[in-house]
Design a protein around this ligand. Structure first.
Ligand code: FES
Ligand SMILES: [Fe+2]
Length: 334
């Protein structure tokens, strides 16, 4: 049998805090299946309002909690024989037995909620978080309009998505912008990137300044400090789905202004602009080959800086597998 080469020779999975969804989409007593990191999880909100994320497969006879299970109190009840599991993964109830086996537990993951987003910490060995959930600097959600959310499933490794945002020459070739000027700074394990560029739109030229703060692959954001009459922030989380596909969740915040409706105008423009560039990138992303040793010229310096930073989060390398595997997913905008 032929061995099919993996598309990427770097690990498909990486460590850190990852956004799994938005708080408003998970009501008290609700349960959802989440497909990430080559597996599925059950994400739920207990009757006490607190979110839990546990591994999806029941240790009893293997039913998936997310296929017909439900929330009872602050635990998930398995659909097959109604065993219940708490947020820490312990079995807390077996309706037909007075003794709960010691091994009746699944992995309960570390979860945090902030700014209308739900995050989970993921590490290769299941260890505890190395850091608390990072904070978005210079940001108070109460000063911003209700955010708009987008979610994509893309056939690409997360590193390629992040690399794209610091790949200056492609802004000219693919997006027809000016060649951006980048200023890079490493800051306690994070990357700060200032980007200045101009975009020709509506018969005029609009100057943009973007201040990226790449804290982790699953937690990064960009401030737009110089939009006309306001400022904006786009939060991003790039989460592996499996060995081929990646979720990209984006949340757009525009600061409230005293002019009625102006924030919405700016938000529409920002989203239109970003979605346009995103669609332009997507066709290339989903079909490109990963070059682990790319031939670069002196205008490509940021790519190597980005790859070095990303490598610090990748799982230890595994032996090559005989071909990619992937879960069935649907692609689209949420
Ligand atoms: S398989 Fe879950 S309770 Fe039996
Ligand atoms: Fe791009």
């Amino acid at each position: 049998m032929d061995t099919i080469k993996r598309r990427y020779d770097i690990s498909p999975y990486y460590e850190g805090w990852f956004q799994l969804g938005w708080s408003r989409d998970l009501a008290r007593g609700q349960l959802k299946k989440v497909r990430q990191f080559g597996t599925t999880y059950t994400m739920f909100r207990g009757e006490d309002g607190i979110v839990g994320v546990i591994d999806d497969i029941c240790p009893h006879l293997g039913a998936h909690f997310s296929e017909g299970g439900c929330v009872r109190g602050n635990a998930v009840r398995c659909p097959y024989h109604n065993w219940s599991f708490a947020r820490d993964g312990r079995c807390v109830d077996i309706p037909y037995s007075t003794k709960i086996p010691v091994k009746a537990r699944v992995v309960g993951h570390t979860v945090a909620e902030r700014d209308d987003m739900i995050f989970m910490y993921r590490s290769a060995n299941g260890g505890p978080p190395k850091t608390p959930l990072p904070r978005i600097e210079n940001f108070d959600a109460s000063e911003f309009c209700a955010p708009e959310r987008y979610e994509f499933s893309i056939r690409i490794h997360g590193q390629d998505i992040m690399e794209n945002s610091v790949d200056g020459p492609h802004f000219m070739a693919v997006h027809r912008h000016s060649l951006p000027e980048f200023v890079f700074r490493e800051d306690q394990g994070s990357l700060r990137v200032s980007q200045q560029m101009s975009v020709a739109r509506f018969g005029t030229t609009i100057d943009f300044r973007l201040e990226f703060h790449l804290v982790e692959p699953g937690f990064h954001y960009v401030h737009f400090p110089k939009l006309p009459g306001t400022t904006a922030l786009v939060f991003s989380s790039i989460v592996p789905i499996d060995e081929e596909y990646t979720s990209h969740r984006m949340t757009f915040f525009v600061k409230k202004t005293s002019v009625p409706g102006w924030s919405q105008v700016v938000r529409r423009f920002l989203i239109w602009q970003m979605m346009k560039t995103y669609r332009e990138d997507m066709r290339i992303w989903e079909n490109k080959e990963y070059q682990s040793h790319p031939v670069l010229c002196d205008g490509d310096g940021s790519i190597i800086k980005l790859r070095r930073w990303f490598a610090g989060f990748l799982d230890p390398k595994e032996p090559a597998l005989p071909g990619p595997t992937r879960l069935p997913i649907s692609s689209g905008v949420g």
